[in-house]
Design a protein around this ligand. Structure first.
Ligand code: ZN
Length: 364
C-alpha cells in the first residue's frame, strides 16, 4: 500500500437525507454512514423532505432526528416558501442556511414569484448563508437580488456553460456570489443517458452537453465548492413509470476526483479547497478538532452499489474503475471509519444548529 495521504474532513454542503418522510430511500443514519465512507465529516441536509423543513415544528423534528441518528456532523437547511420569510428569519440561528428553490425540483418547495424572492432576500439575516437552486434566467434574477440587497448568495449545482460564465462575470464585478458544482456534472453528460437509462439518468439540473462539462472544468477557479447533491431514490423508483430526479453521490465523489488527480486533470490541493476550505468558508463552519481522513491515492477499486452504505441501492457510476480511496476517518479523535467499516455509532455526530445559533447571538 502506498503511503496514506492525510486530508481534513470533507464537507458536503448539499445532500438529501430524506428525513422526515422518505426513510425507505435514506435517513440520517444511512446517509451519514455513506458520508463517512466517502470521507465527509460534515454534511448539510436539504429541506425538501415530507413535510418540507419550512417551519419551526418540522425543523425541530429534523434536528431531533439528526441528533439521535447522525454518525457525522449535520446541518439542516430551512426551505423558503411564498409565506414563510418572517418565520424563516426567526429560525435562522437553528439552520445551516436558507434554501431558495427557483426552478423545478423534487418536492413542493418552489418559489414562483418575485415577491417571495424579494421578501426572503430582505428578511433572511445577511450573515447567514442563503443558497439558491437557480438555473438559466433564474440565476440572473438571484444575482441581481444579491447585488441590490448587498447580501451573499450561494448558487447550487451549476451545470451549464452560460451559468458558470455569468457567475464568473458577476464575481469579477464584485457581486457577493459563490457556487458549487456536482461530480455528476463534471463527469457525466447527456451522452451517458442511453447507457444509464432514461429513468436512472433523471437529475435536476439535467445532465448537460460535453461543451457544458468542459466549460465547468475550464472555469474551475470560479467554483468554490464541490457538492455531491446526494439525492437517493431507490432503484425501483428510478426504473418505475415516474422516475424521480436525483443521484446518490457521497461514496463516489472523492474517488472520482482522486482519479482525476491520477489522470493529471486536478490537484489534491484543488480538491481540499473545494471539499473542505471552500464549503467551510461559504457556510461559516467551525473547524472540527482532531479530525482528518486518510486516503490511499493508489488504491484501485470498482464502484458497486452493493458495497455502498446508502439505502438507495444503485449508483450512476456502477462498474466504474476508480483510483484513490478513503481508508480511515477520524472525527474528534475517534476512529469513525476504517477499512471499509463505519465505526461511528448513530447519534455520535453533532448537529450544527447550536453552534451556528451561538454565532448569531454573538453577532447581535
Ligand atoms: Zn439537491
Amino acid at each position: 500500500m502506498a503511503s496514506l495521504l492525510r486530508l481534513p474532513g470533507l464537507i458536503d454542503p448539499h445532500v438529501h437525507l430524506r428525513e422526515p418522510g422518505a426513510t425507505h430511500k435514506e435517513d440520517f443514519d444511512s446517509g451519514t454512514a455513506a458520508a463517512l465512507a466517502g470521507g465527509f465529516t460534515t454534511v448539510l441536509a436539504m429541506p425538501n423532505t415530507n413535510p418540507p423543513i419550512a417551519d419551526g415544528p418540522t425543523l425541530d423534528l429534523a434536528l431531533r432526528l439528526a441528533r439521535a441518528k447522525a454518525r457525522c456532523d449535520v446541518g439542516v437547511f430551512l426551505g423558503a416558501t411564498a409565506a414563510n420569510a418572517a418565520e424563516a428569519a426567526r429560525l435562522a440561528g437553528q439552520a445551516c442556511g436558507l434554501k431558495l428553490y427557483c426552478d423545478l425540483t423534487y418536492g413542493p418547495l418552489r418559489l414562483d414569484d418575485l415577491a417571495a424572492l424579494q421578501a426572503h432576500a430582505a428578511a433572511w439575516p445577511a450573515g447567514r448563508p442563503l443558497a439558491a437552486h437557480a438555473e438559466g434566467r433564474s440565476l440572473a434574477a438571484v444575482l441581481l437580488l444579491a447585488t441590490l440587497y448587498r447580501r451573499p448568495v450561494h448558487i447550487c449545482h451549476v451545470s451549464r456553460a452560460d451559468e458558470i460564465h455569468l457567475i464568473r462575470a458577476a464575481k469579477e464585478r464584485g457581486v457577493p456570489v459563490t457556487c458549487e458544482v456536482t461530480p455528476h456534472h463534471l463527469f457525466l453528460t447527456q451522452d451517458d443517458i442511453p447507457r444509464l437509462g432514461a429513468g436512472r439518468a433523471e437529475v435536476r439540473p439535467p445532465l448537460a452537453t460535453a461543451a457544458d462539462r468542459e466549460a465547468l472544468w475550464r472555469n474551475l477557479e470560479v467554483i468554490d465548492c464541490f457538492a455531491t447533491d446526494h439525492a437517493p431514490h431507490t432503484a425501483a423508483e428510478k426504473d418505475g413509470p415516474k422516475p424521480p430526479p436525483g443521484f446518490p453521490g457521497l461514496e463516489t465523489a472523492l474517488g472520482l476526483f482522486l482519479t482525476a488527480v491520477a489522470e493529471g486533470r486536478l490537484s489534491v490541493e484543488a480538491i481540499v479547497e473545494r471539499m473542505h476550505a471552500g464549503p467551510g468558508r461559504v457556510f461559516g463552519l467551525a473547524d472540527q478538532n482532531e479530525t482528518c481522513i486518510e486516503v490511499d491515492p493508489e488504491a484501485r477499486w470498482e464502484v458497486r452499489a452493493m458495497d455502498l452504505n446508502s439505502r438507495c441501492g444503485w449508483t450512476p457510476f456502477e462498474g466504474k474503475q476508480l483510483r484513490g480511496r478513503v481508508q480511515r476517518v477520524t472525527l474528534r479523535g475517534r476512529l469513525a471509519f476504517a477499512d471499509g467499516e463505519v465505526l461511528a455509532p448513530p447519534g455520535s455526530g453533532r448537529v450544527l444548529a447550536a453552534e451556528t445559533h451561538n454565532q448569531v447571538l454573538e453577532e447581535v
